[in-house]
Ligand binder design. Sequence first.
Ligand code: KG4
Length: 342
Amino acid sequence: MDNINILGIESSCDDTSAAIIQNGIMLSNVIASQSVHTFYGGVVPELASRAHQQHIIPVVHQALKNAGIDKSNLSAIGYTRGPGLLGSLLVGSSFAKGLSQSLSVPLIDVNHLQAHVLAHFISEGNPDEKHPPFPFLCLLVSGGNSQIILVRRYDDMQIIGQTIDDAAGEAFDKCAKVMGLPYPGGPHVDKLAKAGNPTTFTFSKPQTSGYDYSFSGLKTSFLYLVRDEMKKNDRFIIDNLHHLCASLQHTVIEILMAKLRKASDDFAIKHIAVAGGVSANSALRRAFHEHREKHDWQTYIPPISFTTDNAAMIAMTAYLKYRHNRFGALTDTPFVRVNNTF
Ligand code: KG4
């Protein structure tokens, strides 16, 4: 049987990435991150689109080279159709369309959220890899998303809960900014929290219904505490940096895990996965391990390189769609907001 070689292209936010999956096994995964946004304390959409334009061709060349595959041997091109930043998505989708036309191979549109979930099925060819069985729950937490997804099959997913305002990563980043930490603040909070007491400060927790999240109240209560305390002591942040980070992190993780526990109980599902950039957080990983012991969960935490935005997960999703003859059309346009079409 001929090899199925899929090129995946990811350009939904501020990472330009290309990857090759051959018969479900990852051969390469190249990521060009954009440092240009650091100065602005957040992603600037216009600059992101321009950086994608600069990076996309070299990144695709490198992915092919690292995989040892010639472009004439590609079976299909998968690309991120959405959700994401429109200008960024347009760069990847237009490039993918042009390449698929020039090579006369099918085009496969990929939902970025579905791909985060299916990152759990990327194989690196190791026999001891552990992939979740269906059905499972996936907590997707990143700079733009906070969702609980019920995954019944590779193409049957239901978002049962999501944030009604800020995403978890956004809460980390915005509170980090209040403390004067560099963007993105999440990893800095994680590091500084290690030497802090998580119960020194308490912040408000949301009263959202069902499995939905909310982080804007926490962000505001964090901001007010810092503002009020700084009036009394202008060294408050410096004196309490570790405790502030530990208390913030503790609250975010408690909010995330409470809804996930509820979903696990209500749906009687014990296979629980995590995806997205925030899953790099050490306290969240610890919470997953604790739940494995206390609540008899089977947990699935992918390598960090597959939790942040990457094209391997796009290529993997495209590979599964390819095997089910599910192809995209040249008239498909990017979508910006979360939708339930997988
Ligand atoms: O999935 P991702 O790479 O892309 C976007 O959604 O943009 O996630 C990035 C987010 C940022 O908000 C970042 O602060 C957060 O993930 N993050 C973390 C950690 N590492 C990355 N948050 C908390 N702790 C971490 N160790």
